[in-house]
Design a protein around this ligand. Structure first.
Ligand code: HEM
Length: 316
């Protein structure tokens, strides 16, 4: 074999690399000689991925339910991958900021569009049966969903809207966490007690939520936005990407999700047991939660009418 100048140059570069690491190039060339080639199924872990669907019942549609939740968790992970990088950037410009927030928007838009897989894609009678075998588990217990909220906005914006004005960005995270909006969604209507769904969720994740709340104080997306220079802060693309993010996460996804709850859970009294006796009809719609990540970017009227048009559309 002819040792071309290109091959020689690569060998020299490789040698430099390994000398700098105090390593012997020849041993690494031997490693290359024996290494296997990469196969798609190994790299993507296809067999592992396809082994992760473990239904609790014999109803075929339960697999759709499991897989769609898994797909959603992967998109949440993709979103968090971007939030983390954005949070760590100390110097940032409008182009990078917009590009990365648009990636997150794209992930949520894929989820919003595909939610039809849930809304129209399962047999209701089957769903009502296999749902009972999954109690008290609920998508409510998706920790990544809560991480996304903390990576997006100041913690105070996640406090329940009725007591939010008692807190500020300087309030202790632990006090705000006690009043975080989502605890209402897992509180029994009649007794006011926490549901088992919530008790178990907090047992598993509360410490992580408190730690992340502290960590995100200076690195949530709103704080990253505030680090942009004045011109970039006013940049239309930046503002539109942020607003789209707010609408995707806090109106459009919750509403697509709400439609599936309406389709499957609205009719029977057994549904009350299936959701731990919570009043999800009053809790889930964005209009009632008024969860807004970037209130500074919206007018008073827009805040006042948050999610209104969309909810009316669904309830029609
Ligand atoms: C047929 C499909 C679905 C139905 C009927 C449904 C129903 C519900 C209900 C009733 C709640 C209120 C809490 C509770 O009572 O458990 C809830 C909360 C939640 N679900 Fe679902 N869900 C469905 C699919 C999904 C999917 C695919 C995900 C994706 C991870 C998901 C994620 C969530 C989240 C994050 C919450 C909390 C929302 C909040 O706190 O605002 N759900 N769901």
């Amino acid at each position: 074999m002819e040792i071309t100048p290109e091959i020689k140059e690569r060998l020299e570069l490789l040698n430099e690399k390994y000398v700098a690491l105090g390593q012997d190039l020849l041993s690494y060339l031997d490693g290359l000689l024996y290494a296997d080639t990469v196969k798609y199924w190994d790299y993507i872990e296809v067999d592992t991925l396809l082994s992760l669907q473990k239904p609790k019942t014999k109803f075929p549609d339960e697999e759709i339910f499991i897989m769609y939740h898994q797909i959603t968790e992967l998109y949440f992970k993709l979103s968090l991958h971007e939030f983390k990088q954005l949070g760590e950037k100390q110097t940032i410009d409008a182009a990078y900021f917009t590009e990365r927030v648009t990636r997150i928007n794209r992930y949520f838009e894929a989820l919003i569009k595909s939610f039809e897989v849930m809304i129209s894609g399962m047999d209701r009678t089957e769903f009502m049966k296999f749902r009972m075998s999954l109690l008290p588990a609920s998508g409510f217990q998706s920790a990544q969903y809560r991480f996304i909220e903390m990576y997006s906005t100041d913690f105070v914006n996640l406090v329940h809207k009725d007591v939010r004005s008692n807190y500020s960005i300087d309030s202790p995270i632990s006090e705000m966490y006690d009043n975080i909006y989502w605890k209402e969604g897992a509180t029994e209507l009649i007794t006011g007690k926490k549901t088992l769904t919530l008790v178990q969720f907090e047992e598993r994740y509360q410490n992580e939520f408190l730690e992340l709340g502290e960590k995100c104080k200076d690195s949530n997306l709103w704080r990253v936005y505030l680090r942009l220079n004045d011109a970039d802060k006013k940049n239309e693309d930046v503002i539109n990407a942020m607003k789209q993010n707010d609408v995707n996460v806090n109106i459009n996804w919750p509403l697509a999700h709400y439609k599936s709850a309406v389709r499957y859970l609205n009719k029977d009294s057994a549904d009350i047991a299936a959701t731990g006796g919570t009043n999800w009809q009053k809790y889930l719609p964005p209009r009632f939660q008024k969860r807004i990540f970037y209130p500074e970017l919206w007018s008073d009227q827009e805040i006042d009418e948050w999610g209104k048009a969309w909810v009316e559309e669904v309830l029609k």
